[in-house]
Design a protein around this ligand. Structure first.
Ligand SMILES: O=P(O)(O)OC[C@H]1O[C@H](O[C@H]2O[C@H](CO)[C@@H](O)[C@H](O)[C@H]2O)[C@H](O)[C@@H](O)[C@@H]1O
Length: 372
């Protein structure tokens, strides 16, 4: 199976569309019944993510309508294959991005002689997606397995959330926490290496943005309150404008309000996650940079003796998957049941499978130790 990407501009809307021709090789697809249209070449059309009002690139003026189109899509963008049935689509997904559970033996054999370093996103990875962001709790079973994982492997939570908030959900002291999309990194609080005063804070590359973020938070609260269901969340170095509970007919109004506010703040950029608009400083820092920073802090900057494993479900996790791809080292695992555009190599369907995968990793490590 090969993918050919072409960008086509829609003459009417002026929006660029990615057109991916997915060429299915017969051998891969022989177990699947021939598609109703009897073709072995599918055209997948999906709108490109408007991506910004990204002031970094001198953007601005991005059409509200293209944002609204993108808000309808999932995050990362779902790949829709026009002539495949849903079950064929799922099958294609699993062929291209095999389950990390079914590939478990291969994965652990890749790790032989290497130190696994575990990176875990929070929402949609350790906790299921729920309507109320304040109630996105992880289960005790998940907490236990994450604690066990952190006993064997250096482990970091890498999240868009405010670091303190995610800590209040995870409540495990032995982990690294990279909050605000990696812009707020702290080491394990029980690590004797850290002096009291610094309390383990390792890196905050956007600290000068704090007053601006607070100001914009208050303005957004005020200006978006006419939109029923909206929720603005202050994640310290970034903001989230949730539209999960906003009726679709109000999305354009919401985007207009948000982009209007941001037009006065060229040092902030707008991107999108799962039913959320994310506002961040334009600095070149993301979850991928946080992953590199943590590997370096752990002494694995240029090491070939390390296997970073990153598990995440959202568009912002793609920055970390790309870093692993470019390093040619490590495993990116996307949590998704449906085909998405991703730089990950493997997939897991839901947080329940993430727990199972982590559990197997712990058991494998215990057994390996008992045999020494
Ligand atoms: O990087 P993450 O840990 O995945 O955080 C990304 C955003 O997650 C949260 O929002 C998402 O989860 C909510 C609870 O399930 C859901 O209601 C919302 O629709 C999702 O987008 C969090 O509230 C945001 O601040 C994070 O940026």
């Amino acid at each position: 199976m090969t993918n050919q990407n072409v960008v086509v501009r829609d003459a009417k809307s002026g929006i660029d569309h990615f057109t991916t021709r997915v060429v299915l090789s017969k051998s891969l697809f022989s177990p699947v019944a021939p598609s109703p249209r009897g073709r072995n070449c599918i055209t997948v059309t999906r709108p490109t993510f408007p991506g910004k009002i990204d002031n970094e690139e001198g953007g601005g003026g991005t059409k509200v309508s293209s944002w609204v189109d993108s808000m309808r899509d999932s995050s990362p963008t779902r790949v829709k294959a026009a002539c495949l049935t849903e079950s064929e689509e799922k099958r294609t997904w699993i062929i291209n991005y095999p389950s990390a559970l079914s590939m478990f033996e291969q994965i652990v054999s890749t790790s032989k002689g290497k130190q696994i370093v575990m990176f875990l996103d929070y929402d949609g990875t350790l906790s299921p997606i729920v309507e109320d962001p304040d109630r996105a709790f992880m289960t005790n079973e998940m907490r236990e397995v994450v604690r066990d994982v952190s006993r064997y492997f250096p482990t970091a939570i890498v999240t868009g959330r405010c670091r303190n908030k995610v800590y209040s959900f995870v409540r495990l002291a032995g982990l690294y926490y990279a909050g605000s999309h990696g812009m707020d990194i702290k080491g394990p609080s029980n690590n004797p290496k850290y002096k009291k005063g610094r309390r383990g804070v390792l890196f905050q590359p956007a600290s000068e943005y704090l007053p601006m973020i607070d100001k914009v938070y208050n303005i957004l609260l005020e200006r978006t309150r006419i939109v029923p269901g909206v929720r603005v969340e202050n994640n310290k170095f970034c903001l989230s404008v949730h539209f999960r509970c906003v009726e679709e007919k109000m999305w354009a109004v919401l985007v207009e309000k948000v982009t209007e506010v941001l037009s006065d703040y060229p040092k902030l950029k707008l991107s999108q996650g799962r039913k959320v608009l994310e506002i961040r400083p334009t600095i070149k820092w993301d979850k991928g940079k946080a992953l590199e920073f943590l590997l370096e802090s752990l002494g694995y900057a240029n090491s070939s003796d390390v296997l970073p494993v990153y598990i995440g479900d959202d568009r912002t996790d793609e920055d970390a998957f790309k870093v692993l791809r470019n390093r040619g080292q490590g495993l990116g695992i996307l949590v998704s049941k449906v085909p998405k555009e991703t730089s990950a190599s493997y997939s897991l369907q839901a947080p329940t499978e993430v727990r199972e995968f982590l559990q197997r990793l712990v058991e494998w490590k215990r057994q390996a130790r008992s045999m020494v």
